[in-house]
Design a protein around this ligand. Structure first.
Ligand code: FAD
Length: 364
């Protein structure tokens, strides 16, 4: 079987950036992407998310991002990625879903639903979209109503006339409440106090990334960058805010019952009812890194995360798996944002080159 210098898994922002830099460095590679078409996770975002709603999509290297507009994000970003792949002649193969990556002698073997590849190094850029996370609450299996995760958010009209419990303290929960709060009855619960911010400048961004970096270099599962940047209400959420939609229940419910959720006395806010009837639970509870295919490589630490080596003078952000430096993780931890994906892609390409060069020196 042909041996590639590198295989990139995933063609979202992080994978495309990595592929661009690998091309520039003349490193022979292929990008395997499970998506039916270009766009990474953006092709799956809900229809009501416009390019005005997103926090800001960073440019790709040598590929300016579409600006703020009323265009749907699930069309504008995929169209841009598609043009980018073509203009830069990136070697993307799709649809290819990688099932496992295993060590094969000194090489890595990548098995997928469309064949196998051998590579000297791997850049994993699989994002989080494929692993929606729903926390477990006792009794959830008895709930007679509907449960929806952010992953399958059908847009606000679906919720008209229903009583909706929104669970989660991130940007998606804030956006959903802004959309559905004015047209139906909502209730908001979060596990932790949401962190609101007035302003978010570059320094705050750097601090947020530094906190996530700290976690992943110590081997803990990464927190989402957005969870540490804080939340802000945008003009389109002001109507909902005036209606009191963001007045949340301060404690999490203790259990789910067939027709709603219940707080036990020890966690109940005495000013609120112990039971709230709801028709729908909207789990805006985030995602986890989609890295199960890497399990055979045993990259995880005892803390449950994949520890990354700290950045170096050339590889300036943490991307290299501490337990197997052939493997780079981009869009993971500190690089889990569009700007982080860009930087991570460059860092990964440089780390791949360093690994390949060191290997040649060892062979001499
Ligand atoms: P993705 O875009 O998820 O791409 C991963 C690719 O890998 C996909 O194409 C997928 O099909 C493929 N893949 C996954 N598993 C496999 C496999 N086993 N085999 C083969 N291929 C696989 N960040 C910002 O900076 N600004 C924003 O405004 C912003 N808004 C967001 C809004 C929402 C609703 C969400 C959920 C996130 C948002 N983020 C934002 C975060 C941002 O989307 C991501 O950090 C970034 O786009 C992820 O890029 P990525 O390349 O890491 O992953």
């Amino acid at each position: 079987m042909d041996v590639y210098d590198s295989v990139v898994i995933g063609a979202g922002q992080a994978g495309l950036s990595a592929s661009y830099h690998l091309e520039r460095l003349g490193i022979r590679h292929v990008v395997l992407d499970a998506g039916p078409r270009p766009g990474g996770a953006w092709q799956h975002r809900w229809d009501s998310l416009t390019m005005r709603d997103v926090h800001g999509v960073a440019d790709l290297p040598d590929g300016p991002a579409p600006g703020r507009s009323a265009d749907r994000a699930n069309r504008a970003v995929p169209a841009w990625f598609g043009r980018y792949e073509a203009e830069h002649d990136l070697p993307v193969r799709r649809p290819v879903r990688v099932r496992t990556v295993t060590g094969d002698g000194g090489l890595l073997r990548i098995d997928s639903d469309a064949g196998a590849w051998l590579a000297r190094t791997l850049v994993n850029a699989t994002g989080t979209w494929d692993r929606p996370f729903v926390p477990h609450y006792p009794g959830v299996e008895t709930f007679r109503g509907e449960q929806v995760h952010t992953h399958d958010y059908p847009g606000p009209d679906h919720f008209r006339g229903k009583r909706v419990l929104v669970v989660g303290g991130g940007a998606s929960a804030v956006q959903f409440l802004g959309e559905i709060g004015p047209i139906t009855d909502t209730l908001w619960v979060t596990r932790r106090e949401p962190v609101w911010r007035d302003e978010f400048d570059e320094n705050a961004g750097r601090e947020a990334v530094a906190r996530v970096l700290d976690r992943v270099t110590s081997g803990f599962p990464p927190a989402s960058v957005v969870s540490v940047t804080g939340l802000a209400l945008r003009p389109q959420e002001e109507t909902a805010a005036r209606l009191g939609v963001y007045d949340r229940r301060r404690t999490m419910f203790s259990r789910v019952e067939p027709d709603g959720v219940r707080w036990d006395d020890d966690v109940r806010d005495p000013a609120r009812p112990a039971f709230e009837p709801v028709d729908t639970i909207l789990w805006a509870t985030g995602f986890r890194p989609a890295v199960t295919h890497l399990a055979p490589l045993h990259l995880r630490s005892e803390h449950g995360g994949i520890p990354l080596l700290p950045g170096t003078a050339d590889v300036q952000t943490a991307v290299t798996a501490a337990r197997d430096p052939r493997v780079q993780l981009v869009g993971y931890g500190p690089s889990a944002s569009t700007i982080g994906g860009n930087r991570g892609g460059r860092a990964a390409a440089l780390a791949v080159r360093r690994h390949l060069t060191d290997r040649l020196v060892r062979l001499d």
